[in-house]
Design a protein. Structure first.
Length: 670
């Protein structure tokens, strides 16, 4: 049977006729920005031969998939350089990640900053040599022979579970039933100069990496993320299509470092993390306490206006409560170990005469709120019932993931649980989402999209039908908001799907903020009921809602969003009065007293520093308003009004200055 000389493809939506044996490289020969292709929805190298009827899509280097391939290929170049620098280095895994890549190595000594600089130079030589990435399908025996000196790769070959656990970096085509190796081939000699067990795809050649890459840091990491495994050394890096894109990314990193809430928390005396308390347990200093109180007070006010009722629950409880809720089955690893109390033993025999029981620090508030709902009979007339609490919860986060205020072990959640009828739930979800978005805007966050987290097929309670109804309802509410909706498959809690509000900050980073979960299962587990209009007993629907997520994390987000320059209504010190000379102290105290009478947090700097130093100190402390007074001001009953950006308005009458400040605070001006 003769092979046809030509066949047809669908290329970027258009039917195209090509010669038999055509590859993606030939198809996109004139498109220098195309670095990989999607064939029938699967990413493939450009040297893959195409077949009759294939649907082919070009993937450019600046697209999400293109960037991932660029970064994965750069990880290979880095690993090649590492084994040139340290011939004894054994390869772990090397996947792409958001904005970059990493590779793990088993080496005798950790990498130093000087090593990273050396490796960058070695990588540039490899890039410039224009090596080809060549895919090779091999048998398991062939793979074992090629990887004979790589024990971690041999381990991955020995277990598909290990490959799947390693994820993108596992480098074995588990689903396709193929084992593939990628060779780095010298273009001049045709020799294989380095290889790795890898699923790909990769760039056609190293030259496409250009010189828009950088190694950022090294750190310790356990093999496959399991702390019981060997500790390896991980090198992180980043790669971009152009030098300008790399520079822009590095500038974003530098700005993020300047805004780091841990650094600003120390500089502005807001909070700290004493070693004596243990990891993930922050303390708030007076200035931080003022910001936190202002945040919480405004939230309480808005919740009261929206019909929420305040409740308070204890920090510990009997373990049985979490058996009923299901948390001990599904969330035990995230809880602190129990305290065994109330056990009585015979002092003479040591025999237990009264068994004790386990108490747990609460990891969430919802089970206790269910007990409040269940404490007496409920009528449909009471619904929706909105319970709200600033509740302290405790979660056993591993020390490796604790990070400032954003990942802690003790936190305060602004937690609400809403109980409503099935008929009310869609309207209540809509009202709740709008309430959340409006309140976040009041704190200065206004760029949002939504994420819909759906059932984890391995970790859920309740029927599929209930999950489908809850997920469909949440999706309808999210879509009606007009915001972009991004799927998060398998990301739901075990008891119900959720919408997460994702907010972008002042430098474009995304933070997960509020969550809204729809739950039919906990009311069932707690046997919650209300009396319906027809006299029957019905189950309420439960909506879980955390607006800040946690007060601590929200404080971190706002600190970084505002770079420590909080809007006047949140600033711990809103006004500093600076007299030009000591003779004008009393005049400035009179001005500050007028501000304090309106509830403004104001003070006079009567320190011994010279006047210019006081101005610099106020700027360093990011004070929103500085009032200055000298002889002319005192005679005119005025002040000079200095703003945080350095601009100044001279000769402002005191009453006008007070009015401006009071209005700025009341209006929550940024």
């Amino acid at each position: 049977m003769s092979v046809p000389e030509k066949f047809t493809l669908i290329v970027d939506g258009e039917e195209t006729t090509v010669d038999t044996g055509t590859t993606g490289a030939q198809l996109f020969f004139e498109r220098r920005d195309v670095v990989v292709m999607r064939v029938n929805s699967v990413l493939k190298d450009l040297d893959t031969p195409l077949e009759q009827g294939d649907v082919v899509e070009s993937v450019t280097i600046d697209s999400e998939d293109g960037l991932n391939v660029l970064r994965h290929s750069t990880a290979h170049v880095m690993a090649q350089a590492v084994q040139q620098l340290r011939p004894d280095a054994k390869l772990g895994i090397g996947p792409y990640i958001k904005d970059g890549f990493y590779f793990d190595f088993d080496v005798a000594e950790p990498f130093t900053p000087e090593d990273l600089k050396t490796l960058e130079k070695m990588m540039q030589k490899i890039v410039n040599s224009n090596q080809k990435f060549v895919r090779r399908v091999v048998s398991e025996d062939e793979a074992r022979e090629a990887m004979a000196n790589e024990p971690y790769k041999l381990e991955l070959l020995g277990t598909k579970d290990g490959a799947e656990e390693a994820g993108e970096g596992a480098n074995i085509e588990v689903g396709a039933g193929e084992i593939t190796i990628y060779d780095n081939v010298d273009r001049k000699s045709g020799d294989v100069v380095w290889c790795d067990l890898c699923r790909g795809p990769h760039l056609p050649n190293t030259k496409l990496i250009s010189n828009a890459f950088a190694l950022t840091r090294s750190a310790a990491a356990y093999w496959l993320g399991n702390q019981n495994n060997q500790q390896l050394q991980r090198i992180y890096g980043t790669a971009w299509p152009t030098k300008d894109a790399l520079k822009a990314y590095q500038e974003r990193l530098a700005e993020a470092e300047r805004r780091d809430h841990r650094k600003l928390g120390t500089e502005l005396d807001l909070f700290s993390f004493p070693d004596e308390l243990g990891s993930g347990l922050p303390v708030f200093h007076p200035k931080g306490g003022i910001i936190r109180k202002a945040m919480e007070d405004y939230s309480r006010q808005r919740h009261t206006e929206a019909g929420y009722e305040f409740v308070y629950t204890p920090h510990i409880t009997k373990g049985h409560l979490y058996e009923v809720s299901g948390h001990l089955d599904w969330y035990r690893d995230g809880m602190f170990p129990p305290m065994h109390v109330d056990e009585v033993t015979d002092p003479e025999t040591g025999e237990v005469t009264k068994p004790g029981q386990d108490y747990y620090l609460k990891p969430m508030n919802c089970p206790m709120h269910n007990l409040i709902f269940r404490s007496r009979g409920r009528s449909y007339r009471e619904l929706p019932l909105r319970l709200f609490e600033f509740g302290s919860v405790y979660r056993y986060e591993k020390s490796g993931v604790i990070h400032g205020l954003t990942r802690v072990r003790g936190m305060t959640q602004d937690d609400a649980h809403i109980y409503c009828t099935r008929e009310q739930m869609k309207d209540e979800l809509t009202t709740t989402l709008n309430f959340v978005l409006d309140l976040l805007k009041d704190y200065g966050l206004d760029d949002f999209y939504l994420e819909l987290s759906t059932k984890d097929p391995e970790k859920y309670v309740g029927s599929d039908e209930v999950w489908e109804e809850a997920t469909r309802t949440l999706a309808e509410v999210a879509e009606a908001s007009g915001l972009d909706l991004v799927p998060d498959p398998g990301g739901a809690a075990f008891y119900g799907p959720k919408i997460s509000v994702q907010a972008r900050d002042a430098i474009g980073r995304t933070w997960q903020m509020s969550t809204i979960q729809l739950d039919f299962n906990l009311p069932e587990r707690f046997e919650l009921e209300y009396q319906a209009a027809d006299g029957t007993r019905q189950r309420p629907v439960m909506i879980h809602r955390a607006l800040f997520g946690s007060v601590e994390r929200f404080m971190a987000v706002l600190t970084e969003h505002y770079a420590g320059a909080f809007p006047a209504w949140l600033a711990p010190v809103q006004v500093v009065g600076i007299p030009v000379a000591e003779a004008f102290n009393d005049y400035m105290f009179d001005v500050v007293d007028k501000l304090k009478a309106h509830g403004i947090r104001a003070q006079v700097d009567t320190g011994t520093d010279r006047f210019p130093k006081k101005i610099r100190t106020a700027s360093k402390d990011k004070i929103p308003f500085v009032l200055i007074a000298g002889g002319d001001d005192a005679e005119a009953g005025a002040v000079s009004f200095r703003f945080r950006d350095g601009s100044q308005d001279n000769g402002v009458p005191v009453e006008e200055a007070v009015k401006r400040i009071v209005e700025a605070v009341r209006n929550r001006d940024k």
